[in-house]
Ligand binder design. Sequence first.
Ligand SMILES: [Mg+2]
Length: 123
Amino acid sequence: MRALVVDDSRFIRNFLHSLFAEHGVECMEAADGKQGLACLRTSGPFTVALVDWNMPVMSGIEMVQAARADHDLDATKIVMVTTEAENDHIEAALLAGADEYLVKPFDEAGLLDKLRMAGVDEL
Ligand SMILES: [Mg+2]
């Protein structure tokens, strides 16, 4: 399987990249929503995209909305990753088309759990 990590934090990108690598998952990275969207369109298909909420240039929620408006990308599961745990944030992410929601800080078990809940069953 292939995963796309979209986060402006290099630390989070490296952390997720390492976790995916341990599970034999090919992982690509993008540092903002605009890059992430371009990656989905030109370097796909991806099994899953993990998308940070707060990023420069294009936020995660804008990226998810744009990705879900593009039906070529329907097969990619999207997990929103953020520090915001409030219900209205979670609702907004799901309304925008995210399949699941992962709250920072998270560990490996938390990530794998959310990936399964999002329908990623290749791990
Ligand atoms: Mg961020």
